[in-house]
Design a binder for this molecule. Structure first.
Ligand SMILES: [Zn+2]
Ligand SMILES: [Zn+2]
Length: 258
């Protein structure tokens, strides 16, 4: 059985002590490929370095909405150059809108998101989109920008069925983290609603550990818990969820078959 963790941040200092062991554990748990995402120019370069040395780890380069106001003038061009030149970079991300953590720099977030989407379009690459406390604003933004189709994923999906429908109609994929394993998770409807052929698995580690491992640092091996929960919801064997989501991730991010 093989899984793909489509969203982690292996460059974070939480992994400094045992990064190699974390990657090995994921491999042993059946995680065939991992995509590790940058959140700014420096971390995008770091993720690339991590990916370069390991055949089954891939990188994404982008500027996260929470770092949009910190970016230097040349950073956007540097992200473009990196994504253009490096075969190990398979997506533009993490990009998007976050009005939960940041209530001050909305204008900078919109500008950065627009610039990152432009790079993705120019290079014909998929995007990994972060959307926190900006469900309505994200949809208004796409409408205003006249963006009706997009290749990529809404990561750590926090919306309802009506929101999922909007993004699915644009052609986007939807991925869930282990927050779906929490006892207080209340959006079971949306888990059922997202069709299997648009579904991806992720950990967003080191954040969001699955319910049984609460308070621990999360890591890519735990993507298995996300698959388990989705298997339960869809009343399918875990093998089938693993197989379908692995195929989806490989198609979207053009990953090798191994
Ligand atoms: Zn995110
Ligand atoms: Zn993330």
């Amino acid at each position: 059985m093989t899984y793909i963790d489509t969203h982690t941040h292996l460059h974070f200092e939480e992994f400094d002590g045992d990064r190699e062991a974390v990657i090995t554990r994921a491999r042993e748990a059946g995680v065939a490929q991992i995509i590790t995402l940058g959140t700014g120019l420096t971390s995008s370069t770091q993720t690339l370095e991590i990916a370069r040395r390991r055949p089954h780890v891939f990188a994404a380069a982008g500027i996260h909405p929470s770092e949009a106001h910190l970016a230097a003038p040349g950073d956007v061009d540097a992200i473009r150059d990196l994504a253009k030149q490096e075969a190990k970079i398979v997506a533009i991300g993490e990009i998007g809108l976050d009005f939960y953590w940041d209530k001050t720099y909305h204008r900078e977030q919109y500008q950065m998101f627009r610039a990152m989407l432009r790079i993705a379009r120019e290079l014909a690459m998929p995007v990994a989109i972060h959307n926190r406390s900006a469900q309505r604003e994200m949809q208004w933004f796409f409408q205003e920008e006249k963006i009706t189709t997009l290749d990529g994923v809404m990561h750590c999906f926090a919306g309802e069925v009506i929101d999922a429908r909007f993004y699915l109609e644009m052609g986007l994929h939807i991925s869930f983290t282990a927050d779906i394993t929490f006892p207080n998770f209340s959006r079971g409807e949306v888990l059922k609603f997202v069709p299997l052929d648009r579904l991806l698995l992720e950990t967003d580690s080191p954040f969001i550990p699955p319910s049984p491992l609460r308070k621990q640092r999360n890591e890519p091996a735990n993507v298995v818990y996300v698959a388990e929960k989705l298997a339960e919801i869809h009343r399918k064997p875990r093998e089938e969820i693993a197989r379908i989501t692995t195929g989806n991730a490989r198609r979207l991010f053009r990953l090798p078959q191994e």
